[in-house]
Design a binder for this molecule. Sequence first.
Ligand code: HPA
Length: 246
Amino acid sequence: MLAIIGGTGLTEMDGLDVISHQKVDTQWGDPSAEIITGSIGGKHVLFLARHGHPHRIPPHKVNYRANIQALKNAGATAIIAVNAVGGIHPDCEPAGLMIPDQIVDYTWGREHTFFADDLDHVVHIDFSWPYDEPLRQRLVNKAKALQLDIMARGVYGATQGPRLETAGEIQRMLRDGCDIVGMTGMPEAALAREVELPYACIALVVNMAAGLTDEIITMAEIEAALHQGMGKVLSLLTESIADYPA
Ligand code: HPA
């Protein structure tokens, strides 16, 4: 069953017929919220609000291990993550979508692996291509079918937050090859790989990153772009769930 992790602006999924709420606890602690099982167009799907419901857990405090483990325990077979991001690549624009294919991780101090304690042997997962390519292609093809103007690949730079970046940090990220910047892409993607759950991301650009325009970044502009872009995210999700193999 496909699972959706909703980020900022997607605490609830419109169009989802809720079947049940389950409180799942894991050996890593509590996930951000109850896991919702619902149906869209007759297809069952799991939904988890990354920042809790209501939205109250900042990016660096999310228990990513509990979230991924809880979805795995609830029967998820793949995850589509939705993340609000800042745009770095000049083709980004607020309310635009990207399906990234790479990650650069700048986060620190987060519990970022299941393979830390009580190990029989040391585990190093392959993470050359952090997103699952078939799942990514499914999203890209669905976006094309919906005539959504998306960026079909790009590099997600994951920062620690909760503050936004300095202009200098964004210039460094640009030199590093980052196309978008967000605070929640990692360690989520790596943890999904550790438990062998195919994982892909729909990134919604909600502002241009720090220092790339003459203006400072305001919550008002972020909220306006979230509002403007979330409809596209929801149609892309709905289409992608519709013919996902049961
Ligand atoms: N930086 C980091 N995370 C973000 C941003 C940003 O500019 N916008 C939305 N999430």
